[in-house]
Design a protein around this ligand. Structure first.
Ligand code: LLP
Length: 438
């Protein structure tokens, strides 16, 4: 690929660091040089790493009638969605905002599935008008709303029922979705009734099954169990004369956040479990992976602002915070963190650091007692596994503007989201000058 204007930034950074030896290559770019070319903190994603994940998944699914719908919530930045569109992927969306992003990125409406427990009437209408491929329906209320809105528009909505298979995904409680106590989906007993009543809903074609039991799943067994429950229900429905055209198995494939520790499910085994459960199914299988496709392709680059210590701890205060990457604060999530330096501290003994951000909360901790080479203000750190649920969950808490995102591809980089300016951040706010009475 020809780097255009953007490569100038890298060239300039390289020229200003003539003595710095190369560090790690990140999709053909030296990570330290990249960190010096753009103001930290920022997210960087490797386009090739994302393409590789897509290719691996598509290869594992070869021979099946399967469509991969990227879970947009994992990383909704337009340039990332454009990568997905280019590879022929669809999208799994949960809001009108995600619908618009997907369409703008060039993902065809027919390849979009609309999930989520709380779709508003306006969102349902908008998605119907856009012609989304399928609504994944999570409650009888929602089913009625879909019928009503589709009827008003003279449309026929295609729908799947989201089954809650009551399986423990054995992941973090806050991202487990397939237990009966969770708000998601409906029981098989309830779904059975929906199919029995299908004739009463002339504007909804209920011909799909859906499930999603949780996220960052590292064991195949819960997946297999859920697939088998779903498949048994499909068989029962077929026997009763209901036609099922699509089975959406959700997302959830876990990734490596902690090298030498996390063992993701092997794709082959996962696809095999799917094939075994669904033997004889002639419709389309839909997958909704988010994290698997993008998490490991992303890093958050952040710089040490201060070091401080007391009798108990040594702290690295860095320029990224919980508002930029919420996962450690919200889920106690582990992200590997490395110092990006040509010598990486040489032979000096490693130090246990608490890596914290500038936000005024004790929970603003990216990592605790992490062993790193000795660090000083100005040093660059790479927070790994930041490509999914990183930028997408960020906020402006403490009035910190949303940070930049950069896509790296074969030795070139492009800014895909500029850092928010102060004016961007306060746009939409106004003084309370125009008072109204009700
Ligand atoms: N499909 C549905 C209906 C979902 O709710 C989700 C994720 C996915 C697919 C994609 O799941 P994945 O393949 O990415 O595991 N913020 C949390 C993750 C929340 C996931 C919510 N739903 C985190 O940072 O770990």
């Amino acid at each position: 690929m020809e780097c255009s204007i953007d490569s100038a930034g890298i060239a300039a950074a390289q020229a200003s660091q003539p003595t710095v030896a190369e560090t790690e290559r990140f999709d053909g770019i030296d990570l330290l040089t990249l960190g010096n070319a753009i103001a930290t903190p920022f997210y960087a994603y490797s386009a090739n790493a994302i393409r590789q994940r897509i290719a691996d998944l598509q290869q594992a699914l070869a021979g099946m009638d399967a469509v991969v719908c990227f879970a947009v919530k994992a990383n909704p930045t337009l340039a990332i969605l454009q990568l997905m569109a280019k590879a022929g992927l669809g999208a799994d969306i949960v809001s009108s905002g995600e619908l618009r992003r997907s369409l703008r990125a060039g993902i065809p409406a027919s390849r979009i599935v609309f999930s989520g427990v709380g779709k508003s009437d306006a969102e349902i209408a908008e998605a119907l008008d856009a012609g989304v491929g399928r609504f994944n329906i999570e409650s009888v209320d929602e089913l009625a709303a879909l019928q009503r809105i589709a009827h008003q528009r003279g449309a026929i909505a295609r729908a799947a029922v989201r089954i809650n298979p009551d399986v423990d995904a054995r992941t973090h409680g806050k991202i487990s979705t397939g237990k009966a106590e969770n708000k998601f989906g409906v029981s098989i007993d309830e779904a059975r009734q929906w199919f029995a009543d299908a004739d009463r809903r002339g504007n909804v074609r209920l011909d799909g099954l859906h499930m999603h039991i949780g996220s960052q799943i590292l064991e195949l067994e819960p997946m297999r169990q859920a697939l088998q429950r779903l498949a048994a229900f499909w068989r029962e429905l077929t026997k009763d004369g209901h036609r099922i055209d699509s089975i959406d198995v959700g997302g959830g494939l876990g990734v490596v956040y902690r090298k030498e520790h996390d063992r993701p499910i092997e794709l082959q085994g996962y696809v095999q479990a799917m094939k075994e459960a669904l033997v004889g199914f002639e419709g389309r299988v839909i997958l909704e992976p988010g994290r698997y496709l993008v998490a490991e392709a992303g890093v958050l680059l952040t710089r040490v602002i201060r070091t401080k210590g007391n009798d108990e701890r040594r702290f690295l205060v860095v320029d990224a915070a919980m508002n930029d990457l919420l996962r450690p604060s919200l889920y106690d999530a582990w992200h590997d963190i490395d110092k990006v330096a040509s010598d990486e501290g040489g032979t000096r003994p490693r130090v246990a650091y608490d890596i914290v951000g500038p936000v005024c909360e004790t929970g603003d901790t990216l990592a605790t007692a992490r062993m790193l080479p000795p660090c000083a203000p100005g040093d660059l750190l790479a927070v790994r596994g930041a490509g999914a649920y990183g930028a997408s969950m960020s906020s402006t808490y403490n009035s910190r503007p949303l940070i930049a995102e950069v896509l790296v591809d074969d030795g070139c980089y492009a800014l895909i989201r500029r850092k928010q300016s102060f004016e961007d951040m306060v746009a939409g706010e106004q003084a309370a000058t125009s008072w109204r009475a009700l």
